[in-house]
Design a protein around this ligand. Structure first.
Ligand code: GLC
Ligand code: CA
Length: 554
């Protein structure tokens, strides 16, 4: 059987608002993106996941869609979009986009109709309930605001929104809604798209009838994860969508699935699963707490390794995870998975190495490949991410001072990764000719594409080497299909594993600043990758420098 096209490609995630501005309005756009395609081709990227470019009032930066069939005017036109596709295909780069159908914008024509009256034909496109004595229908909190319900005076009922207030949840129990969603999917596939990243999809099924859960915070609300553990039957919706639409085409579907039910991994990513793959969120959710960002725990090197290895074991003989360290919702991986004060060219490359060669689909988020870092602490009025602002008040309510609250949110603020792409050392990092919608990280004179492009020791050069290696015909098969076998998972601050297929490869990383010696069990034939110039091995004793990472052919 021919292997699907997506298994051997390296994916690159683009946050269009921050990638490249072409018309000097400070906002990235599609013509800007087109002008950077040569760079992606040079890097060896095989597919792009483009964050939402649909018409939106941008309450949640495009994850609140007003018109599913229109391009956001700030980003360009449908003609620009068609040109983008053409230019990508000319470079053998596939395009995958977000499918955001757990909710729409409250400005979407369906919701505008739905809220008009209780007997409007679109009423049941959303989820409306009576309140309880002037209060919310139940005590669910939302991911972004205190309550998951908002009151609408016109019909004196409440609508459900698991995310922001301007993101009402679509009612998937209504077959008409599902038909509409399928039409949207087909519209874009017919347009030439190669697939979707399916946003927040495990939220489409709600536990009915609506009821209260035990409160887990002072305001009497409860976290949604409690409900999500109880809910059953999501497979009816996902199975239908997959059978009617996804399976009929040669496309790539990446599910944003978090805490799926025990034992259900085969349903999602198995041979006949709903999706091609889903994110491995294990390292990402590690140490998080429903209380809020103030209660999150740092991730140690051993935690990081154990999370990745557990996922690798879970997916064994089932399917492929999509592996990433950065995305548009999280702080930079290098800031989260490397100990504070240990950020260096070497440690950045080491972290890159250990995740990139895991079994699965590797995804690189824009700027990761040049070592872009968190933006850090900024004053409240400069923060754009509304979930960060919400968490500021959550921290204040928990008793932290304003300074402490700012410090806390600076670690997880989504703006950290949404600052403009750093192309060069010119004003605004070459992203735009004027002050961009979100301030450029002040470190751009040192960290940028142009200074790293032809510098052999740069993070960018290293990423390029990694990508070339993964695609090298002698090794691609092993990196794609080869078995994952942990190497000494019990050694503190060591992250090492074999990939074993037609070749035997050892990926080994010293996840600490102190040098150390590790005994190998076999003599390496060849060094495929090294984040240092030095390599020292005698009688199977491998000397590793601080944060040294090696890819060795055995
Ligand atoms: C997903 C997106 C995030 C968005 C949310 C609501 O988690 O990645 O950016 O805010 O869904 O659509
Ligand atoms: Ca622009």
């Amino acid at each position: 059987m021919k292997s699907p096209w997506w298994k051997e490609r390296v994916f690159y995630q683009i946050y269009p608002r921050s990638f490249q501005d072409s018309n000097g309005d400070g906002i990235g756009d599609i013509p800007g993106l087109i002008s950077r395609l040569d760079y992606l081709q040079w890097l060896g990227i095989g597919a792009v996941w483009l964050c939402p470019v649909y018409d939106s009032p941008n309450d949640d930066m495009g994850y609140d869609i007003r018109d599913y069939r229109k391009i956001m005017s700030e980003f360009g036109t449908m003609e620009d979009f068609d040109r983008l596709l053409e230019e990508m295909h000319r470079r053998d780069i596939r395009l995958v986009m977000d499918l955001v159908v757990n909710h729409s914008s409250d400005e979407n024509a369906w919701f505008v109709e739905s809220r008009k009256s209780k007997d409007n034909p679109y009423r049941d496109y959303y989820i409306w309930r009576d309140g309880r004595g002037g209060k919310e229908p139940n005590n669910w909190s939302s991911f972004f605001t205190p309550s998951a319900w908002s009151y609408d005076a016109a019909t004196e009922q409440w609508y459900l929104h698991l995310f922001g207030e301007k993101q009402p949840d679509l009612n998937w129990e209504n077959p008409k809604v599902r038909q509409e969603v399928y039409k949207i999917i087909n519209f874009w596939l017919d347009h030439g798209l190669s697939g979707f990243r399916v946003d927040a999809i495990v939220n489409i099924k709600k536990k009915l009838p609506f009821k209260d859960y035990a409160p887990d915070r002072p305001d009497g609300l409860c976290d949604l994860t409690v409900m999500k553990k109880e809910v059953e039957g999501i497979g009816e919706f996902l199975g239908e969508m997959s059978d009617l639409i996804f399976k009929k085409r040669d496309i790539f579907v990446l599910g944003e699935v978090s805490n799926e039910r025990e034992g259900s991994l085969p349903d999602y990513i198995g041979e006949n699963g709903y999706f091609s793959t889903m994110f491995d969120f294990a390292p990402n959710v590690f140490g998080k707490s429903e209380k809020g960002w103030f209660d999150y725990m740092p991730v140690t090197p051993d935690n990081y390794r154990d999370c990745c290895f557990t996922s690798q074991e879970r997916a064994k003989n089932i399917g492929f995870f999509a592996n990433f360290i950065d995305n548009h919702d999280e702080p930079r991986g290098i800031n989260r998975y490397l100990p504070d004060h240990d950020l260096s060219l070497e440690s950045k490359k080491m972290l890159a190495t250990v995740y990139f060669f895991l079994k699965g689909i590797p995804i690189i988020y824009q700027g990761q490949e040049i070592g872009m870092e968190n933006r850090g602490v900024v004053p409240l009025e400069k923060i754009d991410d509304f979930s960060a602002i919400d968490q500021y008040y959550v921290s204040i309510d928990a008793g932290f001072s304003p300074e402490e609250a700012l410090e806390i949110i600076s670690k997880y603020n989504r703006d950290n990764v949404r600052t403009p792409m750093q192309w060069n050392a010119e004003p605004y990092a070459g992203f735009s000719s004027r002050a961009p919608w979100l301030e450029v990280n002040p470190n751009y004179p040192e960290i940028n594409v142009s200074s790293e492009l032809n510098t052999p020791g740069s993070v960018l050069s290293y990423y390029k080497k990694m990508i070339l290696l993964r695609k090298n015909l002698d090794y691609a098969n092993t990196f794609t299909y080869g078995e994952f076998i942990p190497f000494h998972p019990d050694i503190h601050n060591l992250m090492a594993y074999y990939r074993s297929g037609d070749k035997d490869i050892l990926i080994i990383a010293n996840y600490q600043k102190d040098a150390r010696t590790i005994m190998l069990s076999r003599e390496p034939k060849q060094i495929l990758l090294n984040n240092y110039d030095k390599f020292s091995l005698s009688n199977l004793e491998l000397n590793l420098l601080g944060y040294q990472a090696l890819v060795l052919e055995l």
